[in-house]
Design a protein around this ligand. Structure first.
Ligand SMILES: [Zn+2]
Length: 264
């Protein structure tokens, strides 16, 4: 679709279906945090922001990926938003999360008003990446299950990159969340490949997933992309499952002082 027509269609849709905050589902009003989070959730988004976005190797077991980055820590409000998207089939959350990745990880200018897209200007004129590739979801019950693809499509529009889907699973994969690190690696090792005939020779690839936990899924996918000729694979996600730094932890509610209220 012509980008101008696409943008006009999006503005029209936004009038009918106002944009919603991906952390709470409320309508984004006023001046949203970095273009996509409602003022009520701004403090939560600030707290869970992964700054700098690069994921530390000490928290993950990466191989085959060059670097990995995430916009947030996978905790509290961010976890709630991702689960709303995946478990309750609300695919529009993907757009808001992709916009936040563009702003927080790639330094795009936040949308000035709700309903607009962040603006990414790569002033070097040399594309950082040649293509975006989403991780293959384990199973697809509804469109939002394919969160990596939805994220990749939106990021592709913002970063002006083509989206390719060469990855396939070569065997069944168990849900990662029930497994420990060794089991995760065994579960994903060799579980991905590129479709026969895929040629990524000389391409730098941005690999997109929703959550990075151990890093074994993105690593196994990256290995398959390298085998198809890619020269470098960087991974990006909405949220990284890492131990929250102490300053990021939720403040504990103050203990109630019964004595003070006992005269009531
Ligand atoms: Zn909110």
């Amino acid at each position: 679709m012509n980008p101008q027509v696409e943008a006009a269609a999006e503005r029209l849709l936004n009038l009918l279906y106002p944009r919603r905050c991906p952390l709470c589902g409320g309508v984004v009003y006023g001046t949203p945090w970095n273009g996509a989070v409602c003022p009520d959730c701004a403090r939560e988004a600030d707290r869970l922001c992964h700054q700098p976005p690069r994921l530390p190797a000490t928290e993950h077991e990466f191989y085959a990926v060059n670097t990995a980055a995430g916009a947030f820590y996978y905790a509290d409000g961010v976890r709630h938003g991702i689960l709303l998207c995946k478990e309750f089939g609300k695919p529009w959350f993907a757009r808001e999360f992709a916009d936040l990745i563009a702003v927080l990880v790639y330094g795009a200018e936040p949308a000035p008003v709700p309903g607009r897209m962040p603006v990414y200007q790569n002033l070097t004129g040399i594309p950082l990446y040649h293509a975006i590739v989403p991780v293959v979801p384990r199973e697809k019950r509804h469109p939002a299950d394919n969160l990596p693809l939805l994220l990749a499509r939106r990021l592709g529009r913002i970063l002006d990159l083509p989206v390719l889907c060469p990855l396939v699973t070569t065997r069944s994969i168990r849900p990662q969340k029930t497994l420990d690190l060794a089991q995760r690696q065994k579960n994903t090792n060799g579980a991905y490949a590129c479709r026969p005939g895929t040629d990524l020779t000389g391409k730098r690839i941005l690999l997109v997933d929703d959550i990075i936990t151990s890093g074994s899924t993105v690593s196994a996918c990256a290995l398959a992309l390298l085998a198809a000729g890619a020269v470098a694979v960087d991974a990006v996600c909405i949220a990284a499952a890492e131990d929250l730094p102490r300053e990021k932890q939720k403040p504990k509610p103050a203990k109630r002082k019964f004595k003070e209220n006992s005269h009531q």
